[in-house]
Design a protein around this ligand. Structure first.
Ligand code: MG
Length: 483
């Protein structure tokens, strides 16, 4: 992952434009401009042409955007870049990130682009890249794209070979069809669930309301206009969802769903109007999927031999392990990053996967985190078990989790990790991404951020007291290692 900024002369503002495996993110008009977006389109198109030299016909890339007001401008700019290097563009309009991921494969495109800054505030936007499998480029490919962007070694074409633009409005219907295929519409429909949906005026409102209607739900939608004028801070965390909690309570709803602006993350509010925490989204979805493992999972795809395994990153709650273990299954842990989880799911034929931030992946739909998948699986679980959200949450149980970060340069971070290894000698250690120490009563994950000079510390334990023991131990290590 690389951070470009004033130092490399591309732009001269304090806030940095971040270029990572999943694309580019910055502040519109400051470090993310139309000309930068056009260059990025040229770079991605050039990369794809070199990757698909076997293809005789012109390559195509589908492009969608979330609802941010700057989305149209940036989408046009990326489109211009792709056309300049001779790549055809299929414009999907305002769509969710999982929807765009589905269409890359559905339309047999060589790549996909989503103009979104996900859960970041409205002044941000970003350009997310997908390869033909619907997954973000692996690190080596991302490095090539980044290098091409900075070097401006674009394979421009002449007028006759320029790319063209067509439109496609089938994303929502294709997405809904795929999600309905993994649940039993009749069982869910029979319950006529009373649901509140908060789409934060992002891209998810329209398609999710349609899905919920197909599932026979009585829906009260708030912030469902795709204006990109976010009704509250867009990350689906407790402090931003007081309106949803209140609406669930006053509407006597059975469940409340909150999406982030590009609808790949899902948070849940229970029937009492209590935010249950994003870590439960994946745990609940997995609880349903693992319960079906001994029976029949329904739709599968060619070449997929599902096994009772889930995949998630090293920072995700142990609740997933508990759910898997109850069904005789296992969890594969990966480095942080959606693409890492998706890759592990494909390699290990996992039946479910995702991240603790409310991102659920079911390969039968696509290898992308998908709030619609999360919604469908949780409703199916409620319908089949006839249990409320709070009952299901208490069945899963819970832990105390603390997520924090602190300033640490590269060398300091390295020393902290080494010292932690010497301190926690009784723990099971995983060094795939920083250090994760597993203890009997909890775990600790320490990792350096890829985008800023900070270390993240995630601790989960049976209670706060047990967690504090590990947090204090890390504080003591930090005191001995100067910045
Ligand atoms: Mg998102």
């Amino acid at each position: 992952m690389l951070v470009g900024g004033a130092a490399n002369g591309v732009f001269g503002v304090a806030e940095q434009l971040i270029i990572s495996v999943s694309g580019m993110r910055g502040i519109v008009g400051e470090n993310l401009t139309a000309s930068i977006a056009t260059d990025y389109g040229c770079a991605f198109g050039t990369f794809l042409k070199n990757r698909h030299t076997d293809k005789k016909e012109k390559l195509s890339v589908c492009i969608g955007r979330d609802s941010r007001p700057s989305g149209q401008m940036l989408k046009s700019a990326v489109t211009e870049g792709l056309c300049k290097v001779g790549v055809d563009v299929i414009d999907l309009g305002i769509v969710t990130t999982p929807g765009a991921g589905i269409m890359v494969r559905e339309l047999a495109c060589s790549g996909g682009v989503v103009v979104t800054a996900s859960h970041n505030p409205a002044q941000y936007n970003g350009i997310k890249l997908l390869l033909d499998n619907g997954i973000a480029p692996p690190p080596a490919a991302a490095e090539q794209i980044k290098r091409c962007f900075f070097d401006k070694h674009f394979e421009l074409v002449d007028s006759l070979d320029s790319g063209g633009v067509t439109s496609n409005d089938q994303t929502d219907s294709t997405h809904i069809t795929k999600v309905l295929a993994i649940v039993d519409k009749e069982t869910i429909g029979g319950r006529k669930f009373n649901v509140v949906l908060d789409s934060v005026n992002g891209a998810g409102g329209r398609v999710t309301k349609k899905l919920l209607a197909e599932l026979g739900c009585v829906v009260s939608a708030i912030n469902d206009e795709p204006t990109g004028v976010f009704a509250h801070a867009p990350e689906p965390r407790a402090e931003n969802l007081t309106g949803l909690c209140e609406a669930v309570k006053t509407g006597r709803a059975e469940i409340g769903f909150a999406q982030d602006p590009d609808a790949d993350r899902l948070a849940i509010v229970d029937e009492a109007g209590t935010y249950i925490g994003e870590e439960y989204t994946l745990a609940l979805a997995a609880k349903y999927i693992f319960s079906k493992w001994h029976g029949h999972l329904g739709r599968v795809f060619t070449g997929w031999k599902p096994v009772p395994q889930a995949a998630t990153n090293l920072s995700t709650s142990r609740m997933l392990d508990d759910v898997a273990e109850e069904a005789g299954g296992q969890v594969v842990r990966t480095a942080v990053g959606e693409a890492n989880v998706a890759k592990a799911m494909l390699e290990h034929n996992c039946i479910i996967g995702g991240e603790g931030n409310g991102g659920v992946i079911d390969l039968r739909v696509s290898p992308v985190r998908d709030s619609l998948v999360g919604i469908a699986l949780v409703l199916q679980l409620m319908a089949e078990t006839q249990k409320t959200v709070s009952e299901l949450v208490s069945e899963i149980g819970g832990y105390y989790m603390s997520k924090d970060k602190f300033a640490a340069g590269k060398s300091q971070a390295r020393q902290i990790l080494e010292s932690a290894k010497e301190t926690f000698t009784d723990a099971k250690l995983d060094t795939t991404d920083g250090c994760r120490f597993d203890f009997d009563d909890g775990w600790l994950h320490l990792r350096a951020s890829n985008t800023e000079p900070v270390m993240r510390i995630i601790v989960e334990a049976k209670d706060q007291l047990a967690a504090q023991k590990y947090i204090d131990a890390v504080s003591n290590i930090r005191k001995k290692i100067p910045g």
